[in-house]
Every structure is written in structure tokens, then in C-alpha cells.
Design a binder for this molecule. Structure first.
Ligand SMILES: [Zn+2]
Length: 228
């Protein structure tokens, strides 16, 4: 890492994406922070035009600054979609200065918008990790989580309702076995019971029992268990 004079209002430090430039002193809105510098590349020269790295800063159609040199502290500044600085480009002077566009407090990371071309080429494929984009992602994740929880709660409510219904049904069954029969057979059984009302209680028991066993074959397991 290149040495930085303690007089400078920034230092290189760990950021979300690796290294970044952080304010060490308050930086006023509009103040020059650091120059983005490096050898000038002339696109008319084949050798220059062949150079390719992430730190090329295009001034105009012809001139590009190769900011990949170690001494270029500005290359540590990360991109942000909602930055606190900007690149002030002076093509005629072939000069780029990073300037604060907000008051920057000590400890804050300094960043500027790298522009659409860079964003599309380098950031979009891996996902921009700037604060604004992270916030957006976090919000989306929170929303997705809330939706999952909502659906889960809904499913649980449904399951509870079903269980309550079954419990109520079961309670009814235990008090009145003949009510277990559904629809047609219930009616039939009722008729039969009415018809055999005068018979002995033993007979009644048998008819009720057989009714249950018929029913339990057709219904699901918990009920057949209940009747057994
Ligand atoms: Zn972003």
C-alpha cells in the first residue's frame, strides 16, 4: 500500500469489496480530495490502445489515464450509486480530480459514481456492493422473508383449523358413534336405529359397531384408529 501523508484527510482501509479510501478528517462539500492520475494513454498509439485494466479513466475519444499505477491513491476509491464525491474531469487539461459533493465525516468511505460503462462491464455482472444497492438488497431480502413468514403463518392457521375441526368431529363421534356415518349411510343408520328402537341394547350395539367399521374403511387413518 502506498504511504499517505498524515496531513491528507483520508486513509486506505478495509471496505466491503476489499480496500477503499476513508475520510480521516471532515471534508467539505466541493473540496478537492485527490487527483486521479497516471500515464496518459493515446488511443492513436497501438501500444497504448492495447492496454486493458480496471483503472483506465477515459478523458475523451483520444486520451485515457492509466490509473493502475501504485501511487494513484484515487484508484482505491470504490464506486457507489449514491456517492459522496464525483470525478471532476477536465479533458483539456487532461486532468481528473475527485471532489466531495457532500460534507464527508471522518470514518466515512469516499466514493464516486464510476459511470454507466464501468457499471455495465464490471459491476452489474457481479452485483454492485455499494451501500445503496446493499440496502436495496437487504430490503428485498426482508420483504421475501416477511412473505415466507406470512405464508407459513397462513399454513399453520389452516392446519390448526383442520386439527380443530377434526378434534371437534372426533369429540362428536365419541359421544354419538352413529354420527360418524356420513350422508346417505348416516340417514340409513338413523332410520335403522329408529326402526330397531325397540330391540335389545345388545343388538343396538352390534348395529352401531358395524356402522363404524363400514365407515372406518372409507375414511382416513386417524378416524379408524379412533373407532378401533
Ligand atoms: Zn450500487
Amino acid at each position: 500500500m502506498p504511504a499517505i501523508s498524515s496531513k491528507k484527510p483520508y486513509r486506505i482501509g478495509r471496505s466491503r469489496t476489499g480496500l477503499g479510501l476513508f475520510a480521516t478528517k471532515p471534508i467539505k462539500k466541493g473540496a478537492k480530495i485527490v487527483r486521479y492520475f497516471g500515464p496518459l494513454l493515446d488511443s492513436k498509439k497501438k501500444k497504448d490502445d492495447a492496454i486493458e485494466n480496471k483503472y483506465l479513466f477515459e478523458l475523451n475519444g483520444r486520451w485515457t489515464i492509466d490509473g493502475s499505477v501504485r501511487e494513484n491513491i484515487a484508484r482505491y476509491i470504490n464506486h457507489a450509486c449514491r456517492p459522496n464525491a464525483e470525478s471532476d474531469v477536465r479533458p483539456r487539461k487532461r486532468k481528473v480530480v475527485i471532489r466531495a459533493i457532500k460534507n464527508i465525516e471522518p470514518g466515512e468511505e469516499i466514493n464516486y459514481d464510476y459511470g454507466t460503462d464501468y457499471f455495465k462491464a464490471y459491476l452489474k455482472p457481479i452485483g454492485c456492493k455499494c451501500d445503496a444497492c446493499e440496502k436495496k438488497r437487504k430490503k428485498k431480502r426482508a420483504e421475501a422473508k416477511a412473505e415466507r413468514l406470512r405464508l407459513k403463518a397462513k399454513a399453520e392457521r389452516k392446519a390448526l383449523k383442520k386439527a380443530e375441526k377434526q378434534a371437534a368431529k372426533k369429540a362428536k363421534e365419541t359421544s354419538k358413534p352413529k354420527q360418524k356415518l356420513n350422508g346417505k349411510s348416516k340417514h340409513l343408520n338413523g332410520k335403522r336405529l329408529n326402526g330397531h328402537g325397540g330391540k335389545s341394547s345388545a343388538n343396538k350395539m352390534i348395529s352401531a359397531k358395524s356402522g363404524i367399521s363400514v365407515k372406518s374403511r372409507g375414511k382416513q387413518a386417524p378416524e379408524s384408529r379412533a373407532s378401533a
